[in-house]
Design a protein around this ligand. Structure first.
Ligand code: OXD
Ligand code: MN
Length: 585
């Protein structure tokens, strides 16, 4: 028996959008082959070199449609107060009045694709079903990589299961008609006039973070912008870490970390479960368990190389959709940072002839690869585990050239929630604003929390209360501290393993830590840094806590919290007061 509410909704949308035909996606090989054929023949895709990039394609987006658009992303909760000061809000009826007419007849002459998709492993109590209706075959092809699509989702849905509705249309890509709208009370996403991943692949940011964060609040779990990795010690003990970082802080690199040779020789193993999103729920034993709701990676291409992230590069060799990278004469792809030597010539992301002398970027800085997660050499055997993985540690981080030491641990869950709530990162050239300026990005959820940020912090505190002493430990890291000459003092990349090992040691009860005003810190000795040949003054800087800098930090945090008025949870205010008094004394 079919799902009647689903059939009815699809019928209703077809009535409104008036497509020429309707196609229910089953996720089969035949289906994707015919879509690739369609898109190569109409010029949407270029087929890449079959021997070097089997079954892979290049897409070029509209030049005005290359990234998420926070200014045009809306949370349409009934009350403005429920969206909070960090989201754009519009009343649901007001947004419907704007966006519904845009969908009227918008699929005229186009195919309407109905994509049933599952976020999370089949048979998992943590998984949820979404249905995306779209007129973009490019979106279908991406969703097939990024989610478990087709029959598996319909089976999970059954005759009367709940699903998140997502309605997307390419429209005519006009930026001033672009709306990424979320209706938490209707379990509905409506996205118009963008085909960019974060705006159009509705399972990702729109469902798995914005709407899921609201569902998590209602149902007692957490939807987080976090990678998930597993670390196995030489003794065979496995630990799991979830980590949240703002963009441009090396999240993908950490998710796919290859440990330094001496760790490999000693028998350490790092495995990838997720690179972007984690859903965390309590298991029957009262511990938090995490799943990666996604099935693929939507990774930033520039900067990815065999040196910086071999596992990412190996993940996107085959069966991959590239967007806005450069095309080489032999139909392979290239982006800045892939190789030291650029190609002699290429076609750039806009489709124009390019040479290294032309001065422009060959690939867009936010060009992407959409690749199946299972192609990652470090993918964990637990990737499909319906139970998820037990979370031992949560790590927050940011890009800070001063103030914040390499690593410290929260005193307890409430203090850890505070560390997440006060996360900041310096702006890089990749984002609008002055380079180096601090941006607050609580839990790396600033653009993704679907409700009032202060209510979200309270939810973290409530979850901690419920989990009691079974909650993960919480840490804060900073790979980006600089010396007075502006040089990064920490080597980063693979060597971040030294820090991960200390975190694992803390979880195992063998890592030593000393109390400082900001949290628990290791002795440099407990990180085995000898092989790194750091200068003694670098080591000192990495582990230093300068009270004057922290006084400024505390004052800035107090100022920031004013944005949340009396919604600021008492537990967060208490942590600010306690930090202030520890610093002042
Ligand atoms: C992403 C993002 O693409 O956070 O993952 O913007
Ligand atoms: Mn992300």
């Amino acid at each position: 028996m079919a799902h009647q509410a689903l059939e009815k909704w699809v019928e209703q949308i077809a009535q409104i959008t008036q497509p020429k035909t309707l196609h229910w996606c089953d996720g089969s090989e035949e289906e994707i082959e015919s879509l690739y054929e369609l898109m190569t023949s109409d010029g949407t895709l270029t087929k890449l070199n079959e021997s070097k990039h089997p079954n892979s394609y290049l897409a070029r987006s509209d030049v005005n449609d290359v990234a998420r658009v926070e200014g045009r992303t809306f949370i349409c909760s009934a009350l403005k107060e429920d969206a909070g000061p960090t989201n754009n809000w519009m009343a649901p009826e007001e947004m419907h009045a704007v966006i519904d007419p845009l969908f009227e007849g918008c699929m005229d002459g186009r195919v309407m694709y109905v994509i049933p998709y599952l976020m999370g492993p089949a048979g998992s109590p943590l998984s949820k079903v979404g249905i995306e209706i779209t007129d973009s075959p490019y979106v279908v092809a991406n969703m097939r990589i990024m989610t478990r699509m087709g029959k598996v989702a319909l089976d999970e849905l059954g005759e009367d299961g709940d699903f998140v509705k997502g309605l997307h249309s390419t429209g005519d890509l006009a930026p001033d008609q672009r709306y990424i709208s979320h209706f938490p009370d209707e379990n509905l996403i409506m996205s118009y006039s963008s085909n960019y991943g974060g705006n159009a692949l509705l399972g990702k940011k729109c469902f798995a973070l914005r709407l899921a964060s609201v569902l998590g609040k209602r149902e007692g779990w957490l939807a987080e912008h976090m990678l998930i990795l597993g670390i196995t010690s030489p003794e065979g003990k496995k630990r799991h870490i979830c980590a949240a970082f703002p963009s441009a802080c090396g999240k993908t690199n950490l998710a796919m970390l290859v440990p330094p040779q001496e760790f490999l020789d000693a028998g350490w193993k790092v495995e990838t479960i997720g690179d972007d999103i984690a859903w965390l729920k309590f298991g029957p034993d009262g511990k938090l368990y995490a799943i990666n709701p996604e099935f693929g990676f939507f990774g930033v291409a520039p900067g990815t190389s065999m040196e910086t992230n071999p596992n990412a590069l190996l993940s996107c060799r085959a069966n991959t959709l590239f967007t806005n990278v450069a095309l080489c004469p032999d139909n392979t792809v290239w982006w800045e940072g892939l190789t030291e030597e650029p190609p002699v010539s290429a076609i750039d992301w806009k489709g124009n002839p390019w040479t290294p002398e032309s001065g422009d970027k060959a690939a867009h800085p936010n060009s992407r690869f959409t690749a199946p997660a299972k192609q990652c050499p470090s993918i964990s055997g637990d990737f499909d585990s319906p139970a998820g993985v037990p979370v031992d540690a949560i790590v927050f981080g940011g890009r800070r050239s001063t103030t914040t030491p390499l690593v410290y641990e929260a005193f307890n869950w409430q203090h850890g929630t505070y560390l997440g709530a006060t996360m900041t990162s310096e702006k890089t050239a990749a984002a609008a604003g002055k380079v180096g300026e601090l941006r607050h990005d609580p839990m790396a959820m600033l653009p993704f929390c679907g409700y009032h940020m202060a209510d979200y912090w309270q939810h973290w505190l409530d979850i901690g209360e419920k989990g009691g002493d079974k909650m993960p430990r919480i840490f804060h890291v900073n790979w980006f501290r600089k010396d007075s000459e502006g040089r990064f003092v920490w080597p980063g990349f693979r060597d971040n393993m030294h820090v991960l090992k200390w975190i694992v040691d803390r979880c195992d009860g063998i890592g030593k830590a000393k109390e400082t005003p900001i949290g628990l810190m290791p002795d440099p000795d407990s990180l085995d840094l000898e092989q790194l040949e750091l200068e003694p003054e670098d080591v000192e800087l990495l582990f230093s806590v300068d009270k004057e800098e922290w006084k400024e930090e505390v004052a800035e945090q107090a100022e920031y919290f004013k944005n949340f008025g009396d919604k600021l949870p008492g537990g967060i205010q208490d942590e600010l007061d306690a930090l202030k008094s520890r610093i002042d004394n």
